[in-house]
Design a protein around this ligand. Structure first.
Ligand SMILES: C[S@@+](CC[C@H](N)C(=O)[O-])C[C@H]1O[C@@H](n2cnc3c(N)ncnc32)[C@H](O)[C@@H]1O
Length: 222
């Protein structure tokens, strides 16, 4: 019998049911990644993020709102309507202006927009390493990011294998961004998780053991 954590991982990895899976996670409440603020590495590099910003897979908008509060022009997209509704409500509450759109990241290639910075906090690793979806997503990022613009990426690493997660190795990341991109910095960092989730699954406590998430700054070549 699979634990609910294993079922959650399966839902997130099965490409066909991925949107249904995420919609259900938001409907159930308390997604594991919902921490009410950006993941710590985004706060550390905040000065390097330039306007206009795209927050891709923005969830309930915590990172978008952080950068909007710093005076940046931000667009947040997510393919789950409930997440976007919650993001808009947070923006209203905080009197911040952010464009939050229900949008599938697979469709970025069809979008007539250009950003100086893209935030990806937990979306990239949802695509299976060898699937066409990842290629389509990268093509879309290249389409909407201006030459010289930067992708700020927070993503599962291969150090998370024991948690049932198939994150990339350093070599795989470099290979993925070999054409048209330059990885300017890459380090392992600690991510934060919703405390309710950590109480149920202590093995996900980010303070256990070594840092296990990648944080990369990746420039789109001119
Ligand atoms: C792990 S969560 C991270 C949410 C948010 N970035 C954060 O750090 O709190 C991943 C988000 O990506 C969204 N997502 C997954 N696949 C997507 C796609 N193809 N297009 C748009 N959003 C997607 C999910 O709905 C979810 O909100």
């Amino acid at each position: 019998m699979k634990t609910s954590n294993e079922q959650l991982m399966e839902k997130m990895k099965n490409h066909e049911s991925v949107q249904i899976g995420f919609t259900k996670i938001y409907a159930d409440g308390n997604p594991p990644w919902e921490i009410g603020k950006p993941q710590p590495p985004f706060e550390e590099i905040a000065d390097q993020v330039m306007s206009p910003v795209l927050d891709c897979g923005c969830g309930t908008g915590n990172t978008s709102l952080f950068f909007a509060d710093r005076g940046l022009k931000v667009t947040g997209v997510d393919f789950v309507e409930e997440a976007i509704l919650q993001a808009r409500a947070k923006a209203d509450e905080r009197n911040l202006s952010v464009e939050f759109l229900v949008k599938d990241a697979m469709t970025l290639c069809e979008w007539d927009k250009c950003f100086a910075s893209i935030i990806d906090s937990g979306l990239f690793h949802i695509f299976d390493k060898d699937e066409l979806g990842l290629k389509q997503y990268l093509k879309g990022l290249t389409h909407v990011l201006k030459p010289g613009g930067r992708l700020f990426l927070f993503s599962f690493s291969d150090k998370m294998e024991s948690l049932g997660v198939d994150g990339m190795t350093k070599q795989e990341l470099y290979k993925t961004f070999a054409d048209g991109w330059e990885i300017e910095s890459l380090k392992l960092v600690r991510g934060e998780c919703n405390p309710i989730f950590v109480a149920e699954f202590p093995e996900w406590n980010p303070n256990n053991g070594e840092p296990k998430m990648w944080f990369a700054i990746i420039r789109r070549k001119e």
